[in-house]
Design a protein around this ligand. Structure first.
Ligand code: GRE
Ligand code: ZN
Length: 325
């Protein structure tokens, strides 16, 4: 399919690259560095080769979220956003930007988000999970009351918020002891991100701000598979839950999903059944995944042509108000 639009595609600054290196295979470091730093060369050539017209770019993970010093986190987010804005203006026909945000300070995050949307022309924000604040072991999740004014600004700006994975602090989790291969992207990313998304839903955030739109990758970080059981068991929860609606209702009204790093028909079909075709958008997860793997799969996935067009292009154009014909 030609004209695809993608939205979980990453770049890095020299100083944020190191937060990713440990995830790359030995020997891949240099190639990955090149691919993360470059926003114009190979990236666009691969998009051309495999029929991607337009890609919304975001900073690598965890980057800003892993900087405990609040002043440094704010400066890093601003720098990353300025660098991205400079690259996007060179090819506004192919690229757009997501803002990186210093969530360690919700007020500063709201200010930076306004600057990115209003002055830099970004189309949304992308945050890499929880933020470490003040020290390495103190982490904040964004369902807590302190963040409600921040979410009010997100709703007011009418921009989607992409909640991107980061690794949980596995040295605090005996759970992973002796099994490091299950940390990071093979398993831990989805566990962490799904839990954060559930915290947002369960806290009643979307009852307070019903127009908020959250985006999560990897076909919903496993939530669609468990959606029926989740609501089935929550109905019987002895603790109750602050949320007024079912998780299914939030998934169908406030959440969008991408296919980043999930290039397989059965989970796609399950997800379409659970949340509806209009809430799913094609994405690659470049450069951690190859454009080829993603596109060769998607172009031949078992879909009707209207479904392929919606997931591959039109849903993203609509959600982000992209200026594409
Ligand atoms: C990502 O999406 O950010 C990512 C990594 C490392 C490995 C795989 C992956 O940062 O998808
Ligand atoms: Zn990613």
């Amino acid at each position: 399919m030609k004209g695809k639009v993608t939205l979980e595609e990453h770049f890095a600054l020299p100083e944020t690259f190191t937060s990713t290196t440990r995830f790359s295979k030995k020997g891949m470091g240099e190639d990955l560095r090149h691919r993360l730093m470059d926003l114009q060369g190979d990236r666009l050539r691969e998009m051309d080769e495999f029929g991607i017209e337009f890609a919304i770019q975001s900073l690598n993970s965890p980057a800003v979220q892993a900087v405990p010093n609040v002043t440094e986190a704010i400066a890093l987010a601003q720098r990353a956003n300025d660098v991205l804005a400079n690259e996007v203006v060179k090819r506004p026909d192919r690229l757009a930007g997501f803002a990186a945000l210093p969530m360690q300070d919700p007020e500063a995050a709201a200010e930076e988000m306004k600057r990115c949307i209003k002055d830099l022309g970004f189309v949304g924000v992308n945050v890499n999970g929880f933020s470490q604040r003040e020290n390495q072991n103190s982490l904040v999740y964004y369902d807590v009351p302190e963040f409600r004014p921040f979410w009010a600004v997100v709703e007011e700006l009418e921009v989607p918020f992409y909640l991107h994975p980061r690794n949980p602090l596995t040295d605090q989790m005996p759970f992973f002891d002796g099994h490091p291969w299950f940390t990071n992207s093979p398993w831990a990313f989805a566990l962490e991100t799904a839990m954060h998304a559930l915290r947002l839903m369960g806290s009643g955030l979307f009852d307070e701000y019903p127009k908020l739109q959250l985006v999560i990758g990897h076909l919903g970080e496993r939530i669609p598979f468990d959606l029926w059981r989740l609501d089935h068991r929550l109905k019987k929860s002895p603790q109750g839950i602050p949320a007024k609606k079912t998780m299914r209702e939030y998934m169908r009204n406030n959440v969008h999903l991408t296919t980043s790093g999930q290039f397989y028909d059965p989970p796609l079909h399950l997800t379409m059944h659970e949340v509806g075709v209009e809430r799913i958008m094609f994405s690659v997860d470049y450069p951690f995944e190859t454009t080829e793997d993603a596109c060769v799969w998607f172009d031949d996935a078992v879909l009707t042509e209207p479904e392929r067009l919606a997931i591959g292009r039109d849903n993203a154009i609509k959600l982000f108000n992209l200026d594409l014909k």
